[in-house]
Design a binder for this molecule. Structure first.
Ligand code: ACO
Length: 430
């Protein structure tokens, strides 16, 4: 094993160097504080490996993304969301029997019991969908206490069922949020339908009607969900791991992850991108104003859908989605002016020194909103779709934490920069 030498003042310390299966190297600093009295400072953990994981490999410098070794391009071309979910969760592609059993467990757990349906009534109809989603997913721990015992061993024993419930019901809850907000009666799942057909049925069918899902629409949704299925130690997945590390059950941990996903710098970016494209369209601008504003350096003026915390090259998912966008719109016979605006904006930004110097390329959210709009998903539901897609990754990461016998509770350090010790002053003297 190789090692690194750290010199603090005139004292030298040796630190082990770990190597991942793809050759990534990391200095193991776990004993740094105990041995030296010093901690590592890494705001936002951008340079810190918080865990060892065998789920997803990502090389942001060259735009590589693989789940359990399989390139995202191959999964997008040949697999589907449910099969990829199995791969991400269990580590191998399923054989025919495993695929059938997994699919069946998801199908038979799609329904939402009457008592749980009542939770919706407690929320204002115009509440942000992600606020509803995280709360209602969190309530799964209350509805299935036998699967959510907050004990690693027991929860792992019931893992298969809990995982199927999470994947299936997050989707059903998503469809119910859509209907609740519109004052529409709930439409229950149909067991014979595939995962995406069932979701579209629950969202768009009228009770008793023969709604049929257009295959292009289901296919596009399938691709979107698959492309979001996992993405290494992003903000929401790390949140799931952090919450799970306290032995909190899977449902509670995923609910926390969904909250993290709701922010516009993360999963909320797809909504923000569409808002930006729509504003450009409404103003009749060609995007110049937005590009100029984005270069000001202010966080609130960023070019949404551009840049990524780890991709410093094209986001491989954005390449796949950008291509699918053209195909889906063509198949559905839709001419969306926002697609042309997005393409122009992308071209303009890719020629601009500001974006080139900072390696800011379109990310997964840049084109996903245009596909969702084309298949009838309203803008305020975009991040909910992302959350439905991300469930397998969150489940797999929770499991890795729960199953790690050497795992520790997540507990970072800080550098305190507040006031030093001072004495209390009674209120009359302040
Ligand atoms: N528009 C304009 N400038 C940007 C953008 C952007 N979208 N993104 C980053 N920058 C600038 C920063 O201001 C910084 O400039 P500086 O060096 O002059 O200070 C430089 O590029 C480097 O950026 P970082 O701060 O290192 O980027 P970071 O890794 O912190 O942020 C993030 C990544 C949050 C994704 C950022 O690029 C961003 O806000 N993008 C827009 C929101 C978005 O699309 N989010 C979705 C990400 S994908 C996902 O979560 C599914």
């Amino acid at each position: 094993m190789s090692s690194a030498t750290l010199k603090i003042d005139d004292k030298e310390f040796t630190l082990p160097v770990m190597v991942g299966t793809e050759g990534e190297r990391a200095i193991d600093t776990r004993k740094l504080r105990a041995d030296t009295g010093v901690v590592a400072y890494d705001q936002g953990y951008g340079n810190t490996a918080s865990c060892e994981s065998s789920i997803t490999y990502l090389d942001g410098e060259v735009g590589v993304l693989r789940h359990r070794g399989y390139p995202i391009e191959q999964l997008a071309a040949y697999s589907d969301f449910v099969e990829t979910a199995y791969l991400i969760i269990y580590g191998e592609l399923p054989n025919a029997t495993q695929r059938k059993d997994f699919g069946l467990l998801i199908r038979i757990n799609a329904g939402i019991e009457t008592q749980m349906q009542k939770i919706f009534e407690g929320f204002p109809k115009d509440a942000p969908p992600m606020a509803l989603l995280s709360s209602i997913v969190g309530s799964l721990a209350a509805h299935y206490p036998q699967l959510a015992t907050n004990n690693f061993e027991t929860d792992l024993k019931n893992f298969d069922l809990a995982a199927a419930i999470a994947i299936s019901k997050i989707r059903t809850i998503g469809a119910m949020i859509y209907r609740y907000q519109r004052g529409l009666p709930y439409v229950g799942p149909r067991q014979e339908l595939s995962f995406c057909d069932n979701f579209l049925h629950m969202m768009f069918s009228e009770p008793g009607s023969d709604y049929t899902v257009a295959p292009e629409v289901a296919k596009a949704l399938n691709l979107l969900l698959l492309l979001h299925a996992d993405h290494e130690q992003n903000c929401s997945t790390s949140t799931v791991r952090m919450v799970g590390s306290s032995a909190a059950n899977m449902f509670t941990s995923i609910s926390a992850g969904i909250s993290a996903l709701s922010g516009p710098l993360h999963g909320g970016a797809n909504t923000a991108v569409m808002g930006m494209l729509q504003a450009i369209h409404d103003e009749g601008d060609d995007g110049t104003r937005f590009i100029a504003a984005a270069k000001s350096g202010s966080k609130s003026n960023r070019l949404m859908g551009f840049g990524h915390a780890v991709y410093k090259n094209f986001d491989p998912r954005a390449k796949i989605i950008g291509k699918a966008c053209d195909e889906v719109l063509k198949k559905l016979g839709i001419d969306d002016p926002l697609l042309a605006i997005a393409k122009n904006l992308e071209q303009a930004a890719l020629k601009d020194d500001y974006f080139l110097a900072r390696k800011l390329y379109p990310n997964v959210d840049f084109y996903s909103g245009i596909i969702m709009r084309a298949i009838g998903i309203p803008m305020n539901m975009f991040t909910v779709i992302f959350a439905i897609g991300r469930a397998p990754g969150q489940i797999a990461n929770w499991r890795e934490v729960a199953a790690n016998p050497k795992g520790r509770i997540y507990r970072p350090r800080q550098i305190y920069v507040g006031p030093t010790k001072r004495d209390y002053v009674p209120i009359k003297d302040r």
